[in-house]
Design a protein around this ligand. Structure first.
Ligand code: ATP
Length: 300
C-alpha cells in the first residue's frame, strides 16, 4: 500500500474541504458582532413595548409569505411583494412616527458617560439647586394631606431634561417648596389649582402648567386626564410626577412612561430619595452607582 505524503494530504484537504476553512476573525469583527447584537437586542426590546410589536409580527408573516412565493416560484406575487416594500417602509414610518420620536428622545436622554463620571450634583441632577431631604418631606406631606381631603394635585419634579416649554404654559412662581404652599396652590376654586406644578430643585417654578397627554392604551379607563397628563410628561422627559386623585385621594407616581398606582407614604419617600443630593449639593458617587444598578434591575 502506497502511503501519501503530508504535503499530498494537505492538498486533498484543501481541495475537498476548502469550504470548512473559516475566515480569520479579528478584534474589530468581535467588536462589530457585540455592537450589532446590543443594537438588535435593544431594538427588539423597544419594539416589544410599543405598538410596533404588532407591525413586527405582521412583517415576519409577510417575509414568510415572500419566502413561500419564492420557493414555489409564484412570480406575480413575488413581484408585487418586492414592489410594495418601499411603500410599506414609508407607511410604517408615518404610522409609527410617535413611537419613533419617543425612542429617539429616550436615546438622547441616556447620559451614560456623564452619569458615571460626573461628580457634582449640578451635572448629576441637571438642576440649578439641590433636591434635598427637606423638599422630599414637604412634597410627601403635602401629597398625603391633600389625599386625605381629596384635593386633586399634579406635581412634576424636573430632572435632567429641561421642562421650560411646559413651565411657560403656566403661571410663574419662584417659591421654596413647602407643604403649605403646595396645598394652597391646589386648593379648590383658587386661580392656581388647575393644571400642574413644576418643581426645579428646591423651588416651585410654575403652576397651572399644561402637560402633554399620553395616548397609551395601558392606562385604565377609570383614570382621567390628570393621570394621562402625568404619564404623558414622563414619556417625553425623565421627570417624576406625583398625582393625587381628586376622586379617591390615592397618591400615584409617573416615571418613564409608567404609572405606579396607590403608593404608600414609605414607597413614595423611597422613590424620591433617589433624586436626593446632600446639603452641600454633592451627590454620593457610590449612591449613584447603586441607584443606576437598582434602576436597571427594576426596569427588567
Ligand atoms: N393636560 C393637562 N395638563 C395638566 N393638568 C391637566 C391636564 N389635563 C387635566 N389636568 C388636570 O386634571 C384635572 C381633571 O382631572 P380628571 O378628573 O380628568 O382626571 P383623573 O385622572 O380622573 O383624576 P382624579 O382621580 O383626580 O379625578 C383638571 O382639572 C386639571 O387640573
Amino acid at each position: 500500500m502506497q502511503l501519501i505524503s503530508i504535503g499530498q494530504f494537505h492538498k486533498v484537504i484543501e481541495k475537498y474541504l476548502y469550504w470548512l476553512s473559516l475566515p480569520s476573525i479579528g478584534f474589530t469583527d468581535i467588536l462589530e458582532i457585540i455592537i450589532i447584537s446590543v443594537i438588535v437586542y435593544q431594538m427588539l426590546k423597544w419594539v416589544q413595548l410599543t405598538r410596533a410589536w404588532t407591525l413586527f409580527k405582521g412583517i415576519i408573516m409577510l417575509l414568510l409569505f415572500a419566502l413561500f412565493a419564492a420557493i414555489f416560484q409564484l412570480n406575480t406575487i413575488s413581484w408585487l411583494l418586492s414592489n410594495s416594500l418601499s411603500v410599506g417602509i414609508t407607511a410604517a414610518i408615518i404610522i409609527f412616527q410617535p413611537e419613533l420620536r419617543r425612542a429617539l428622545e429616550q436615546l438622547g436622554r441616556k447620559k451614560i458617560f456623564s452619569n458615571i463620571f460626573s461628580f457634582s450634583a449640578g451635572e448629576y441632577e441637571g438642576r440649578q439647586s439641590a433636591f434635598t431631604e427637606k423638599t422630599i418631606n414637604e412634597v410627601v406631606r403635602a401629597s398625603y394631606e391633600m389625599g386625605e381631603v381629596k384635593t386633586g394635585a399634579l406635581i412634576v419634579i424636573e430632572q435632567n431634561v429641561a421642562l421650560g416649554e411646559y413651565v411657560r404654559t403656566g403661571i410663574s412662581i419662584d417659591g421654596l417648596v413647602t407643604s403649605q404652599l403646595l396645598i394652597n396652590i391646589f386648593e379648590h376654586n383658587t386661580p392656581l389649582h388647575d393644571g400642574a406644578v413644576i418643581i426645579r430643585g428646591n423651588r416651585i417654578v410654575s403652576a397651572t402648567c399644561y402637560l402633554p397627554l399620553t395616548d397609551s392604551m395601558d392606562i385604565g379607563k377609570e383614570l382621567g386626564t390628570r393621570h394621562r397628563a402625568a404619564v404623558g410628561i414622563s414619556e417625553v422627559s425623565d421627570s417624576l410626577t406625583i398625582i393625587v386623585s381628586e376622586e379617591t385621594g390615592a397618591v400615584s407616581l409617573a416615571k418613564d412612561g409608567r404609572l405606579y398606582k396607590h403608593l404608600q407614604k414609605e414607597e413614595l419617600v423611597e422613590k424620591l430619595q433617589q433624586l436626593k443630593v446632600d446639603d452641600t449639593g454633592n451627590a454620593d458617587v457610590f449612591k449613584k452607582w447603586k441607584d443606576l444598578l437598582r434602576n436597571e434591575k427594576s426596569e427588567k
